[in-house]
Design a protein around this ligand. Structure first.
Ligand SMILES: [Zn+2]
Length: 373
């Protein structure tokens, strides 16, 4: 299994798990009391298109835009309000998000309007996070401290085993090859009785690291190849036929679009660049096939075929483009000067690979050419 196959496989697993989690959430929401009376209904859509409401595109733009420029975006006030509320009221760990009423006071120094109204009891504290005791057990709820020895509030995940394994792995303190003493020490401190779970997590971290390095290597190699190669050295039609245009880097696609003058300004999104390049190459391919077909047929037939719908691909090529090619071809000038309109005109090909005619030869190519204007 190649790295790409493995990533696709893992992607499928993630999709399945997310879908199952959504179903679980929907079941919990189903028939719960709604905010405005009545009861709620939990539904899951299998595809993005099936969603009642999706603001993914706008949200993505909001998040991708620099904070100083966000105020110009549609939905700015809506997203800003939610985002500020989230930042000042939620505590987030690796495996949990806890909404804490009155946390705004701790973060901003003032109690927000939302917490001021609609709350009649005294503010409540955060739920204390598990704290290991002896013999791989956790302290009881009453004994669990919310602050450390120095009276400083405990940080999220300070004793969460998986999060701690990851952070120690990143800092080089633990690895899959760590000694059994090191693993034992960790298992005692963070109350993980089954040491094989620690080893399995470390192996998983090694795999993630390995994949990250491979991707990085591949990126570097691709970047170097692109530096060493000019756009024309790529077999673009081969890449198109193998469906590999989408694997090219954004930079290379941009250079191609710029060199071939496909669009100005160059589109920002990679998907748009891919579509543009693929459309251009597909058109070239189609033109080539059309031209080959015509050159293999008798002359009389060729004239007729000009109006055939399978050869009408260039119907959107402007007159200017065709004229430009004709005028820049000296052969045509000499032919037209001689007034030799009865002889077969030379085959002139425009930059899209299509045979074009001079206006003086129009009667040979007939009305069919005017169809393409
Ligand atoms: Zn508040």
């Amino acid at each position: 299994m190649s790295l790409e196959d493995l990533e696709l496989f893992e992607d499928d697993i993630n999709k399945f798990n997310v879908s199952e989690t959504c179903k679980d959430l929907a079941r919990r929401v189903q028939n719960s009391p709604g905010p405005r009376g009545g009861f709620m209904v939990g539904l899951v859509s299998n595809t993005k298109d099936g969603m009642f409401f999706s603001d993914e595109a706008s949200l993505k733009i909001y998040l991708d835009t620099a904070q100083t420029k966000r105020h110009m975006l549609p939905g700015y006030n809506y997203y800003k309000k939610i985002s500020d509320f989230y930042d000042s009221h939620f505590e987030e760990g690796e495996l949990y998000i806890e909404y804490v009423k009155f946390k705004c006071e701790e973060k901003n120094g003032i109690i927000c309007e939302y917490c001021t109204n609609g709350w009649s009891a005294s503010p409540i504290n955060v739920v204390p996070k598990p704290y290991p005791d002896e013999n791989y057990k956790y302290k009881s709820y009453e004994e669990t401290p919310t602050s450390d020895m120095d009276g400083i509030k405990r940080k999220p995940d300070d004793f969460q085993p998986r999060s701690q394994i990851r952070s120690q792995f990143e800092n080089g303190l633990l690895k899959s090859g760590s000694s059994s003493d090191e693993i034992k020490q960790f298992s005692q401190k963070y109350a993980v009785h089954d040491e094989s779970l620690i080893k399995a997590e470390l192996n998983h971290m090694e795999l993630i690291k390995f994949k990250r390095e491979k991707r990085s290597e591949k990126r570097k190699k691709t970047t170097q190849e692109e530096k060493d190669k000019s756009v024309d050295q790529y077999d673009w039609h081969d890449l198109l036929s193998k469906g590999k245009i989408k694997e090219l880097s954004v930079n290379l696609l941009s250079i191609f679009i710029r060199d071939k003058q496909l669009c100005n300004p160059i589109p920002r999104k990679k998907s748009e660049k891919i579509s543009l390049v693929e459309a251009y190459l597909s058109r070239q391919n189609a033109m080539k096939q059309c031209q080959n077909k015509r050159s293999n047929e008798p002359q009389a037939k060729e004239i007729e075929s000009d109006s055939d719908e399978d050869c009408d691909i260039m119907s959107d090529v402007s007159e200017e483009e065709i004229n430009f090619e004709i005028c820049s071809t000296s052969d045509i000038d000499s032919t037209s000067e001689s007034g030799d309109e009865i002889n077969a005109p030379p085959v002139v090909v425009n930059r899209f690979g299509r045979s074009v005619s001079h206006w003086k030869h129009r009667k040979f190519f007939g009305d069919s050419d005017s169809d393409s204007d």
